[in-house]
Design a protein around this ligand. Structure first.
Ligand SMILES: [Zn+2]
Length: 353
């Protein structure tokens, strides 16, 4: 096809590190080349909000997901500047969560692309004013004390966010190019396939496949070394999305969170979801609540993943499916955050979201 016909992309070593450290909230972020034209931007931490971004250095440049706040997004832009000049022409948002869209405004003039559901979903679940208000409550004594008494999980969550992020200045910037099932971009004869696989984590879940370079940017369909969490959709749909990624057989997957992996990353998330659904069923049939079940489910190898107490959300979702309910778990609902907190305490785990 065109200029690149027959030219096999050079195989550069995985995890080739171009990043430069700097003392700031985003100092440990790294840029890693994963194929001839594909890069991953990986933050130093793997807690809530520390999302990966991707970059395809072709056809004017495509950024995949734009980080959680302006400081992280600026750091990403600085790192991208080490491999190309000029701002990328396009941005893809893999889904609607704040940690994947809140840097959008810094890509002035870029075409922002996402699944058709994303703009409305962003209005529902990624309103930066809510995050700003929450962090202000932590900073002021009386609201903080009230929060401690009423919702200790919300307070712990807000404190963790406060350590890592600053949501000031974020203006919601919505994707304007919307697609339904699939969209194929032609980047100077390099095809990039956007495939909507949601809802599994969120409604907009989209995987970005670069067939010629055997790379998949999976968004939050794949979590790596941290506990996956699903807010929308169903177990069945998430498992089908993972099967699709495995079938695409990429050499490299850039997960939404955690280190870059091969298809074993998708397989492990699949095994985790199947295990949690099965275990939840046992306890559901015995009449235990989702929180009680979460206290009893053996974590096995998954206990080493970050934020294991997110388990509660997955058990709660399984319970809803067993009851035939289609309502998703509330995004960062107070009940959910308090339950994760209670579970972590009950199991003697570090409280981490
Ligand atoms: Zn995410």
């Amino acid at each position: 096809m065109g200029a690149t016909e027959g030219s096999e992309p050079a195989r550069l070593p995985f995890f080739h590190q171009i990043g430069v450290d700097r003392q700031s909230a985003s100092s440990s972020m790294k840029l890693q080349q994963i194929s001839h034209n594909c890069f991953a931007v990986v933050p130093g931490k793997n807690r809530v909000g520390h999302a990966n971004s991707g970059f395809i250095d072709r056809g004017g440049g495509v950024v995949i997901d734009t980080q959680s706040d302006l400081s992280h997004a600026r750091r990403m832009i600085e790192l991208l500047g080490t491999v190309r000049t000029g701002m990328p022409k396009r941005v893809i948002n893999t889904h609607e969560d704040g940690d994947h869209v809140w840097g959008n405004q810094l890509f002035d003039g870029a075409e922002i692309i996402a699944h058709r559901s994303v703009p409305d979903a962003m209005r529902r679940v990624a309103d930066p004013r809510q995050a700003q208000t929450l962090l202000r409550r932590v900073d002021r004594l009386l609201p903080r004390l009230l929060l401690r008494a009423s919702h200790p999980g919300v307070l712990a969550f807000a404190r963790q966010l406060r350590q890592d992020f600053d949501f000031d200045g974020i203006e919601p910037t919505f994707p304007a190019t919307l697609f339904d099932q699939r969209l194929v971009l032609d980047l100077d004869d390099l095809e990039v396939h956007l495939i909507h696989v949601g809802p599994c984590h969120r409604d907009g879940d989209t995987v970005v496949h670069v067939p010629e370079e055997r790379v998949v940017f999976a968004g939050d369909v794949v979590f790596r070394c941290c506990t996956p969490v699903g807010w929308a959709g169903s177990y069945a749909n998430w498992l089908a999305a993972l099967d699709l990624i495995i079938w695409l057989d990429p050499d490299a997957i850039v997960p939404g969170h955690g280190p870059i992996c091969g298809i074993e990353g998708a397989m492990e998330v699949k095994a985790y979801l199947e295990y949690v659904r099965e275990e939840s069923r046992r306890f559901f049939d015995r009449g235990l609540t989702s929180l009680e079940a979460s206290k009893r489910i053996e974590l096995g190898p998954y206990g080493d993943w970050r934020a294991p107490a997110r388990l509660y959300v997955n058990v709660e979702r399984a319970y809803r499916e067993f009851r035939g309910e289609t309502e998703p778990v509330l995004p960062t609902g107070e009940k959910t955050l308090d339950a994760i907190y209670t579970l972590a305490k009950a199991r003697g785990m570090e409280v981490e979201f």
